[in-house]
Write a protein that binds this ligand. Sequence first.
Ligand SMILES: [Fe+2]
Ligand SMILES: [Fe+2]
Length: 191
Amino acid sequence: MAATSGSNDPPIGESDTTGEKSSAWRIQPIPPGLINKPIDYIFAEHNRQRDSTIILLMIAAGEFDKEGVTKLIEFFEVDFALHIGDEEVALFPLLRQHCLPEDKIDRILLRLQDEHRKDEANVEDIIDALKRCLAGEPITSSTSLQLRLFADHIHSHLALENGVVLPIARVRLRGEELKVLTDMLKQRRSN
Ligand SMILES: [Fe+2]
Ligand SMILES: [Fe+2]
């Protein structure tokens, strides 16, 4: 993803000829009703995390959009944390319950949980950096590196979850388990 626009395009973050902001600053919403297909829902949330990394890299490269940065802070404060809980409270226990020994799921999930703890520790620093950016402070080289490393970490985490965990979930979790997963995801959003 290029952080700069083509020669005929407006700079990223500024209005184009239709008056709409560049979609590069947007974290796409999850389609209504997708929660009833819970694995697709989790996959869609991963796509939103991927959107967030594109924005992180644009900010790291010195781009700025007030609304985009504000929404990114909201995303990390709310949705990012909610998703980690979705996996640890709902998806992972179901996988432990229904996977077969040959899936070797325990080892994978332990690694992912360890990465979640690092995410939770690092995301606070990332939010602080984004708030400083919003307050008008220029991005330093160390902050830029910090944002890039966090984006890299999200990418590698998503690769393991999308490439290994969700394919196993699609095989091992069926009818009733999927319904249980949907119910748990809905319950976590009802409070
Ligand atoms: Fe995930
Ligand atoms: Fe995760």
